[in-house]
Ligand binder design. Structure first.
Ligand SMILES: [Zn+2]
Length: 419
């Protein structure tokens, strides 16, 4: 028998996720949206429909996050735990994190680096309905050099041939995306964020292997030379895209010509500023806050506003931003994807709707799933996040969803968890 339900509320996002439709209803059959109509015009709704009247609330598409590490703890000990926990511990942690994410209203997540033995089985358990969690697009292990950024849950590959083999291995395991560490990172003392980890040729090899099987490649990059390399190599997504100078006595080394090339190539950037915002707020609450700067960047202090300036310049030049929290890194809890939208509004000065669009339809487009999710529209998967209040007026009203529907299944209803 067809399972039919109706979700109605005072505010429902329109199909472009750019304004509210007043007093509308979403009709769902077998997990797919079949209509979005004014509540008054819903006809034929009889006892075969399960009707959920959500009243004076706001219905948005389920949130989409482009950057998670499912088995990382999101606590100040995230690095130590990732180094020392065994596969069983990491799997339990990942299962709980994915449950938290979906209960907060995040219905699609791209995981950009977790151990293969954890990520692929967790996705299988979610897809088979054994545990609650978001729709997952997986990289599995990130690809990094020996002792490079996140080596402790990565695949180490140094030469061009090793890189090709590493990409092919991830594809074989079922990866939907390749994650590569193009520079060192803050999380890893044995890697240098100011320096590239790979040559342009090695990056090109990875791009070629990923694109041969039609999957995108996302690269972590913190330095100007790293950004230049990945732009030239033609990767699809830049993660962080910071501009640290290779000389430790200098700050940033922003290059507008590289940014123009980024725009021409249609390369997306995940600026990860929601994560920064959560770290600062933790510090203000009296918690330890973000860890001490990496040794390679601490010699010349770069203030956050300098990074924000480069991000604003990139965006003004036409670079599009995804919402990726870097879930799992300290204070980037898996239920806080909405902090991406908060940061776009509060730090970059975007309008609320532009930020809401980025956290839904925009990032769906970046991830190549925009024909299925990210919008409340006929034919789309019924992924729904409902918020009390009005996020178009107060962005922080978009926080923990009160009601969550994934593929038509109600997993939380008015703050009551049903899974
Ligand atoms: Zn990350």
């Amino acid at each position: 028998m067809t399972k039919k339900s109706i979700f109605k509320a005072k505010r429902v996002a329109n199909e472009n996720v750019s304004a509210w439709l007043d007093d509308h209803a979403i009709v769902v059959e077998n997990g797919i949206i079949t209509a979005v109509e004014p509540t008054s015009s819903i006809t034929g709704a009889n006892e075969s429909y399960e009707v959920h009247d959500l009243g004076n609330q706001s219905i948005l598409p389920g949130l989409i996050d482009a950057h998670s590490h499912m088995h990382c703890s999101a606590t100040p000990e995230a690095q130590t735990l990732a180094l020392t926990e065994n596969v069983q511990q990491l799997t339990i942690r990942a299962t709980n994190n994915m449950r938290k994410a979906v209960l907060a209203g995040v219905t699609t997540i791209r995981d950009l680096g977790s151990r293969n033995e954890v990520a692929f089985p967790v996705r299988e358990m979610i897809n088979n309905g054994h545990v609650p969690g978001p729709r997952l697009l997986l990289a599995g292990t990130p690809i990094t050099i020996t002792a490079g950024h996140c080596w402790f849950f990565g695949t180490e590959a140094d030469t061009e041939d090793q890189v090709r083999q590493a990409v092919r291995t991830q594809v074989k395991l079922g990866a939907n995306v390749i994650k590569m560490m193009a520079t060192g990172g803050m999380f890893t003392p044995t890697a240098n964020p100011r320096q590239p980890q790979y040559s342009v040729d090695a990056l090109k090899a990875a791009v070629e292997e990923a694109h041969r099987v039609n999957i995108p490649i996302a690269t972590h990059t913190l330095s100007a030379q790293g950004v230049k390399n990945v732009v030239e190599a033609g990767v699809d997504h830049l993660i962080h895209s910071r501009w640290y100078h290779s000389d430790p006595t200098k700050g940033l080394d922003y290059d507008p010509l590289t940014v123009d090339q980024m725009v021409d190539n249609g390369q997306w950037v995940d600026p990860t500023i929601g994560h920064h915002l959560l770290g600062q707020e933790a510090k203000e609450r009296g918690e330890p806050g973000p860890s001490d700067p990496h040794w390679s960047v601490s010699s010349t202090v770069v203030e956050e506003h300098e990074h924000i300036e480069t991000l604003n310049k990139m965006h003004d030049a036409g670079v599009r931003f995804t919402t990726g929290l870097d879930m799992g890194m300290p204070y980037g809890t898996h239920d806080r994807s909405c902090a991406n939208a908060w940061a776009f509004v509060e730090t970059l000065g975007w309008s609320n709707w532009k930020a809401i669009h980025a956290n839904t339809a925009g990032t769906a487009e970046a991830l190549g799933v925009n024909k299925e999710v990210g919008k409340l529209k006929k034919g789309y998967v019924a992924d729904i996040a409902v918020f009390t209040g009005d996020p178009s007026k107060a962005i922080r009203d978009m926080d923990c969803a009160s009601t969550v529907v994934k593929s038509g299944q109600v997993i939380k209803l008015n703050d009551r968890v049903l899974v």
